[in-house]
Design a protein around this ligand. Structure first.
Ligand code: GLN
Length: 515
């Protein structure tokens, strides 16, 4: 197996035994990017020089016996997490040339253990979307079938890990943006409990829902990433004061006696039969391995999508008010007065979906409608949370499909926002309830497309989710399969690699790639 294809824990063994170096791993990953990213298009910005410098630090740390489990392991970051001196665009024209003066807390934590940053990955503009088609610059492709979307909004991070263009990655999940692309790309993705991972330096979309989490090739690596990123941060006022456990202790191949709930409302019409079947088979497997499966009801599930599409846009409309052309980011030229400058900046800087959310949110918060929409949505959010509380009185965890369908075709839903919103039907409730949830691959469809199963748990009980996911992984073989990118185009081979909108280090990103 090539270095860029291995899991982080396997690479760590080899690094520890001094059989390989971090600089070799980073080289291998960049060679892989050169070979396939012209097709996959996972990255907005590459940070090769910095990655090599950190890899050398990592190699020194191994020599001095000061290495952590993720020291020297190539990491990709969704481009909505601030990186000091490195562009952070949110895949938006309004932040096209924004270079943050500071690092997000998660970035600092990886910096402290010498984890090389490979680059920043593409997303739906401001994390609003489910396919990366809302990126202002280009669409990322699903490594398993490049005519299909990788999911979103963290599609670049998911595709990078699936295509072996990074070993681990971080994304953010407001309504499913880690779990849905993880399911679509055949990797593991977890949204931790709200407040477990610091949001300091994560560019805000909907502050009461946003959470950073890992993308990895297997469940062991998810636990390793959680060990780095979870825990209190005084710089984030919503960060919980709670010591994070060693998540690797939960990597137990045993579900005997665990009570696993199957919420009836998550098996509705509209789920593709293949997805339903794959999830049902996995539930059978858990039962055979000794889990107690219970059918339960979570009656408010059907209101989750509507609730989310009031609360998330309301918070977004407030968070995005800061992009006014004055303090940072894009400023429209040739405006005769300040009001025109605001208007032109925002009209030219934001894409259609972001504008739609700002309008929806502003409407829901406006006087006269606040009680009917925003306040009502907050009340329904409580009812949804209570569904979870009640379920956890009799269950240790819940399972469902992660997404209703296998990855859809590029362009298939981009003209129909409602159809796009429906792809997050099963992931949104956990954000509203602030509880943890993950997606682990459970099967490939007949066409060879990945299918994920979602495991949801009690607040701060990521351990049980990891245990269930680890058991699924150890008793199936989907995670050993890889997409075939043999015909992929290289990044700098005169092919699609020369896209407008791609940048090396702090180079300019501009123009929209419409291929
Ligand atoms: N797809 C959902 C949306 O468009 C969720 C996005 C997310 O989790 N960031 O809002």
């Amino acid at each position: 197996m090539n270095l860029h294809e291995m899991t982080a824990h396997r690479l760590h063994e080899l690094l520890k035994a001094r059989e390989i170096s971090s600089t070799e791993i980073v080289e291998a990953v960049f060679n892989r990017i050169e070979a396939v990213d012209g097709t996959v298009k996972a990255y907005m910005t590459l940070t090769r020089e910095q990655a090599m410098a950190i890899a050398r630090e990592a190699d020194a740390a191994f020599k001095n016996g000061q290495a952590a489990p993720l020291t020297g392991i190539p990491l990709a970051l969704k481009d909505n997490m601030c990186t000091s001196g490195i562009k952070t665009t949110c895949s938006s024209k309004i932040l096209e040339n924004f270079v943050p003066p500071y690092n997000a807390t998660v970035v600092e934590r990886f910096r402290a253990i010498h984890t090389p940053l490979v680059g920043k990955t593409n997303l739906d503009e401001f994390a609003m979307g489910s396919s990366t088609e809302n990126s202002a610059f280009f669409t990322t492709r699903n490594p398993w079938d490049t005519t299909r979307v990788p999911g979103g909004s963290s599609g670049g991070s998911a595709a990078a890990v699936a295509a072996d263009e990074a070993v681990i990655a971080l994304g953010s999940d407001t309504g499913g943006s880690i779990r849905q692309p993880a399911a679509f790309c055949g990797v593991v993705g977890m949204k931790p409990t709200y407040g477990y991972v610091s949001r300091y330096g994560l560019i805000a979309f909907a502050s009461s829902l946003d959470q950073i989490g890992p993308f990895t090739r297997d469940v062991t690596d998810t636990a390793l990433v959680m060990n780095v990123i979870a825990g209190h941060d005084p710089l984030d006022s919503t960060s919980v004061r709670r010591e994070a456990p060693d998540f690797t202790k939960s990597l137990v191949n045993d579900v005997k006696g665990l009570r696993i709930g199957v919420p009836r409302e998550y098996f509705v019409e509209g789920i593709q039969p293949e997805v339903k079947e794959a999830v049902a088979k996995t539930i059978d497997l858990l039962a055979r391995l000794g889990a107690e499966i219970q059918e339960i009801s979570m009656p408010h599930t059907e209101y989750a999508l509507a609730t989310y599409y009031l609360i998330a846009p309301a918070e977004a409309s407030s968070n995005l008010a800061r992009y006014d052309g004055v303090r940072y980011g894009y400023r429209a030229k040739e405006a005769p007065d300040v009001i025109t400058m605001f208007k032109k900046t925002r009209s030219e800087g934001f894409g259609a979906e972001v504008k739609r959310r700002i309008m929806l949110g502003t409407y829901a918060l406006s006087s006269g409608y606040y009680d009917a929409y925003y306040l009502k949505a907050q009340k329904v959010r409580t009812l949804i949370k209570q569904d979870f509380d009640r379920a956890f009185e009799t269950c240790d965890a819940l399972v469902s499909p992660t997404t209703p369908t296998v990855p859809f075709k590029i362009g298939e839903k981009s003209g129909d926002p409602l159809a796009m919103y429906l792809s997050d039907l099963f992931t949104i409730p956990a954000n509203l309830a602030a509880t943890p949830a993950l997606s682990v691959p459970c099967a490939l469809s007949k066409e060879g497309l990945p299918i994920g199963i979602q495991v949801m748990g009690k607040a701060f009980d990521e351990g049980t989710l990891l245990r269930i996911a680890y058991t699924i992984e150890q008793n199936t073989d989907v995670h050993n399969q890889k997409p075939n990118l043999a015909g992929a185009a290289g990044r700098d081979a005169g092919g699609p690699a020369k896209d407008a909108g791609r940048a090396h280090d702090t180079g300019r990103a501009s123009g929209k790639d419409v291929r």
